[in-house]
Ligand binder design. Sequence first.
Ligand SMILES: [Zn+2]
Length: 197
Amino acid sequence: MTSNAFEELVMRLKQLPGLGARSAERIALHLLLERREKLDALVGALKTAGEKLRRCKCCGNLCEGEHCALCLDASRKHDVLCVVEEVPDLLAIERAGNYRGRYHVLHGKLSPLRKIGPDELNIATLSGRFSSGEITEVILALGNDIEGEATCHYLRETVIPQSMAVSRIGFGLPSGATLMFADPATLRSALSSRKHL
Ligand SMILES: [Zn+2]
């Protein structure tokens, strides 16, 4: 089959995380040939989500308004802040079910190789959150690879006030692991057995 439109679609799908060339082709063919009726619904859902969803002004989570449901939830603890790399990490910790504080999503981690410095991450807002004096404890729930380590070190030394109680999860997680792929039981144990920095 030769079609520029098809090639373009497969190329776009291939750029999505977790999709290789064969999966991208399968999805494209599925939508175009087998389930044509699903195509409009999918396009519509993508368009609506793209228009409505944005980053929460406070924590960086995905939401429809100015602030996300977690930031607006008055029943959650105001004094504990859990810092994560990405929104799926936040969702994984929520699924684990034993954390009731607030979050802050960095949208990445420091990486000199990929030219990601503090200005590319959601760090300025994080500094601002400490100035209210409401937060007394920070949990760094970043991956335990080299970039995660470097990011934790940077936050501890440069961003988080020295007086703050800071801990780091990681116990029970394999080296180099990403939080979003950890099962709830492992995450619960990682959260409850964190080490102080
Ligand atoms: Zn929020």
